[in-house]
Design a protein around this ligand. Structure first.
Ligand SMILES: [Zn+2]
Length: 109
């Protein structure tokens, strides 16, 4: 029977969980979602095994690396878009100059 509090597998006849000391009710808590159970299991495993911690660290590093790459990609894309925009702005300005519409100067500045 599995402890409802800590998820430790215990003998069927035990009244209290030897791991966390919570009373064994005889049935598992249905309110706790499966994901939380897996997560707590993983956390306990990580606490016991340093290897898991190293793997977790590697995952974190990999995640950070991808985050940095993603941010760099977005930044580059934004910069390229900005350059394109300024180029097109200049083209539009040149065209406007060519179309011989003198901008009203002195009113705003
Ligand atoms: Zn327990």
């Amino acid at each position: 029977m599995r402890c409802a509090k800590c998820g430790k597998e215990n003998p069927e006849d035990g009244k209290f969980c030897p791991e966390c000391g919570s009373p064994m009710t005889g049935k598992r808590l249905t309110s706790a979602p499966q994901r939380t159970d897996m997560w707590s299991q993983f956390l306990r495993m990580a606490a016991k095994e340093k290897k898991a911690l190293i793997i977790l660290g590697c995952c974190l590093l990999l995640f950070l690396f991808f985050l940095v790459v993603f941010l760099l990609f977005v930044w580059t894309a934004l910069r390229t878009a900005d350059q394109r925009k300024s180029v097109s702005d200049r083209a539009v300005a040149a065209q406007m100059e060519k179309s011989a519409v003198p901008p009203e100067s002195g009113s705003a500045e």
